[in-house]
Design a protein around this ligand. Structure first.
Ligand SMILES: [Zn+2]
Length: 532
């Protein structure tokens, strides 16, 4: 049986920039109770009036599953526990369980606490006993336990023994600095477990509390469990000071899905993703899309191999079923990195790609080069269809550009007029047309229509319905690239096209030519199909 101990409301709130109201704390506690954690640490009522208020209102919670815990310090040096103001506040608080901090590192005792080792043991034992006498259950948080154990193992163990003598039901090994590695945590936890058993304290629960400074908080927690710990402390989404605490949600999923423990059970585990999002929202932190299990991208598949495998073998590329943790798989079809997805996409346009793998490789290479230049076909299917047809040697444009010129004219009356002149060839004929518009795209569109209407009267059915500009600079170190997306409709169907250039007018022209060409080609194909 593994018990989860959540300290989001105390250690999690130590994260920079985070501040929770009492209401926030109450609503997070409710969610944690629903998720099925065993213990919810509500705060440090001695130091913090807001936390004191939380414990006053905690009766409203009606917790069904979890028990509420208050955090505190052992008595001051040279003071009897009964005389310690802080311990009296803890004794009177509504939480049935108190987690008491005691120093387990000899250097800290001597230099930070500035007392001797025996007095530190006395303070811990007396403080625990005082609270136990007040009918509280007490957990001892052994601060800097792993550093302490490396420095003087016998003394670190004596600290645990002092807590147990006072009546603590759990001793929590705190990896306070976050620097330990999984093998050390395993070895030391195993040694502690054996020592407690040898001393007749096999019934005392061992807890683990880790921080992520070495990137090992979750791994360290799991190793401690393998070595005998049965209580795991952590925070939702790993929130905490510096780089954060052990992410309790990741620990939970790993324990349930990978290590065979029933901690909250399969049904409650499905609340993992929503709990993560709820707490992020309440703390006003943007959820990390790449967080294990619960992130929006945790089960996103992009790239040809995964997409093609997904159809055939559902879970071949997923380490667990996303449904188990309340998440779901996203398939990103825009990335045309693979042959199967390219074929699938081409067949959507009615294009049959050649069978030869070399031909497909050439198409993919070209696509990748264009994507590297800033092209994106996610919403520009029509440009992609034209590109594929062009590469297969099919004609895609009905006209050939000789040149265009765009003039923007700011007039005395304040109006800005744009005029475009284009020179194009249709078959053997040359046309020159000038159009006016409220912007360069509009003016070019008007001029192009004037020029080719005689040959392609159906152009009047095509309407530009949306125009988006985005400046992207990630693809080049020197100058910014402009990407223009145009949406066009013929009243029945809508299609998207893309143009990319360092110059916004050229990018717009490219997207416009694709928009018109795709519409005219579609019309021609429809007509030819009707005729045959
Ligand atoms: Zn901590």
């Amino acid at each position: 049986m593994i018990r989860l101990y959540d300290t989001t409301l105390r250690d999690g709130e130590q994260r920079e920039g985070v501040s929770l109201t009492v209401e926030d704390k109450l609503s997070i506690a409710r969610r944690l109770d629903t998720l099925g954690v065993s213990y919810i640490e509500g705060g440090f009522p001695v130091s913090n009036p807001k936390d004191a208020a939380f414990f006053v209102r905690a009766g409203e919670l009606n917790l069904k599953q979890a028990q509420l815990v208050a955090f505190g310090l052992s008595c001051k040096k040279g003071t009897a526990a009964a005389e310690d103001a802080g311990l009296n506040i803890l004794a009177a608080c509504s939480a049935p369980i108190i987690t008491l901090l005691g120093k387990a590192w000899d250097i800290q005792v001597e230099q930070v606490l500035a007392t001797n080792r025996d007095e530190n043991l006395r303070m811990i034992e007396d403080s625990v006993r005082f609270l136990v006498d007040k009918r509280k259950e007490v957990f001892l948080d052994a601060e800097h336990f792993f550093d302490g154990y490396r420095s003087d193992a016998a003394y670190a163990l004596a600290v645990l023994e002092a807590g147990i003598r006072g009546g603590a039901t759990a001793v929590v090994l705190c990896e306070t600095n976050g620097g330990a590695l999984p093998n050390e945590v395993f070895d030391i936890t195993l040694a502690v477990s054996a020592a407690l058993r040898d001393n007749g304290h096999g019934d005392v629960e061992i807890g683990i509390h880790t921080h992520d400074d070495s990137g090992c908080a979750v791994a360290n927690s799991l190793e401690a469990v393998r070595a005998g710990a049965t209580q795991v402390q952590g925070t939702v989404n790993g929130y905490g000071e510096r780089v954060g605490n052990a992410n309790l949600l990741t620990v939970l999923a790993d324990l349930e899905l990978k290590m065979g423990y029933e901690v909250v059970g399969g049904e409650r585990l499905k609340l993992l993703t929503s709990t993560s999002q709820f707490v992020a929202e309440t703390l006003n932190i943007t959820p990390d899309p790449h967080q294990p299990y619960v992130g929006q991208s945790a089960f996103a598949h992009k790239g040809g191999l995964h997409v093609s495998a997904h159809d055939r073998l559902l879970h071949a590329y997923e380490h667990v079923d996303p449904v188990a943790v309340g998440n779901f798989a996203h398939i990103v079809v825009s990335e045309l990195a693979g042959k199967v997805s390219l074929r699938t996409k081409a067949s959507e346009f009615g294009i049959t790609l050649p069978e030869q793998p070399e031909a497909i490789d050439r198409l993919l290479d070209n696509l990748k080069q264009r994507e590297a230049k800033g092209y994106s076909y996610e919403v520009a299917d029509a440009s992609l269809a034209l590109l594929l047809r062009a590469q297969l040697g099919e004609p895609i444009t009905c006209f050939k550009l000789e040149s265009f010129r765009v003039i923007a004219d700011k007039r005395e009356d304040g109006k800005l007029m744009t005029e475009a002149t284009i020179k194009i060839h249709v078959g053997d004929e040359r046309f020159v047309a000038t159009g006016e518009g409220n912007g360069p795209v509009n003016a070019l569109d008007v001029a192009l229509r004037l020029a080719i209407r005689r040959f392609y009267p159906q152009i009047d059915e095509l309407h530009l319905t949306d125009y988006k500009v985005r400046v992207i600079d990630e693809s080049t170190g020197t100058s910014a690239i402009t990407r223009v997306l145009i949406e066009t409709s013929d009243g029945f169907e809508t299609w998207g096209t893309v143009g990319v250039s360092e110059n916004i007018i050229e990018a717009s022209w490219n997207a416009l030519v694709d928009a018109i060409s795709y519409g005219l080609l579609r019309w021609n194909r429809d007509v030819s199909q009707v005729n045959t």
